[in-house]
Write a protein that binds this ligand. Structure first.
Ligand SMILES: [Cu+2]
Length: 123
């Protein structure tokens, strides 16, 4: 009976380990709850100043964690008000105060994360 119990613990540990590996599997961009919080607080400044919408083609995102990493990184930039990112569509839409942040800075921040970013021309 004791053996069986031990095996149960072992199996549980193994499954948890596999799940944890899967979760952390996407490079260094593992998600934590503080990232979501950071993205949400950014919208508080949304009403201040002029707003420009910058659309970007972003290549290299492979999962949800990539979206979160991108959002968190861009939200840190002064002048960035809102960030939407989709790894499925390989794009990001960033609302900025054009007096505070340039498109080049957004591209640079995304590039630093290891993705390829290109501003989509607006017509
Ligand atoms: Cu990812």
């Amino acid at each position: 009976m004791k053996m069986k119990w031990n095996h149960g613990i072992l199996a549980t540990g193994l499954i948890v380990g596999i799940l944890a590996l899967g979760w952390l599997g996407c490079g260094s961009q593992n998600a934590d709850s503080s990232k979501t919080a950071a993205v949400e607080t950014a919208s508080e400044t949304e009403t201040a100043g002029p707003t420009k919408v910058v659309s970007l083609k972003v290549e290299g995102m492979t999962c949800n964690s990539c979206e979160i990493a991108l959002k968190k990184s861009l939200t840190k930039l002064d002048g960035v008000k809102e960030v939407e990112a989709s790894y499925k569509e390989a794009k990001a839409v960033v609302k900025v105060d054009p007096e505070k942040v340039a498109e080049e800075q957004i591209v640079e921040a995304i590039t630093k994360l290891g993705y390829t970013a290109q501003v989509t021309p607006q017509n």
